[in-house]
Design a protein around this ligand. Sequence first.
Ligand SMILES: Cc1ncc(COP(=O)(O)O)c(C=O)c1O
Length: 246
Amino acid sequence: MPGYELWSDKERKEVNDVLETGILMRYGFDGSRNGIWKSKELEAAICETFGSKYAQLTSSGTSALSTAMSALGIGYGDEVITPAFTFVASFEAVLSVGAVPVLVDVDDTLTMNPDAVRKAITTKTKAIMPVHMCGSMADMDALIAICKEHQLILLEDACQSIGATYKGKYLGTIGDAGTFSFDFVKTMTCGEGGVVMTNNKEIFIKCDGYTDHGHDHLGADRGADLHPFIGYNYRISELHAVVGLV
Ligand SMILES: Cc1ncc(COP(=O)(O)O)c(C=O)c1O
């Protein structure tokens, strides 16, 4: 069931509460926002609900994947093995960081076939990106074993499987990082939005900067922030975050 089928007065009220502060941006304006930080609240709720140490909201599932790849050090010329049965965004995100998507077959689970993954590994392979399609789950034990054997990164595209679990753990929280999409047709929607989840603080800090022009977010004065690395505007707005929170 897509999240938009559960639209109610609660969302309308919460969106209005944010509008009344006049602050629609997730960063800065500390004095005017009456203590309302909806994006931060949603990140904390995601960590709590799905059992992830860190969560970084983004403007979409696609930008969440690009952000995760960049933070994980996937870049120009690297090969990322990903299934042929997916939505185009999975390989768009690989291309967005200059890497090369290597498409492999799926099996009866609708997700990537671990034997096909093994056959696709080359000296340029940097990461394996399973896509948990339509609420199903990839064979994570097999993929983790391959990643350990070949020292590869494991990034989960869980955009279509919010809330599904593999051996008691939520999909998207098992690999080095994982992503959800909160677009309009997803199980949980913000209208538009996404998230990167990770248990690794360094990866999280990079995600935090990458989604906001590389800002380090260390001081109270946004204008005085340093920009230790390159980033883009992949921010979520407070209006979108509050819909997700409801
Ligand atoms: C498997 C998968 N990955 C990524 C995305 C991208 O999500 P978004 O539409 O939020 O950019 C989608 C969206 O449909 C998807 O199905």
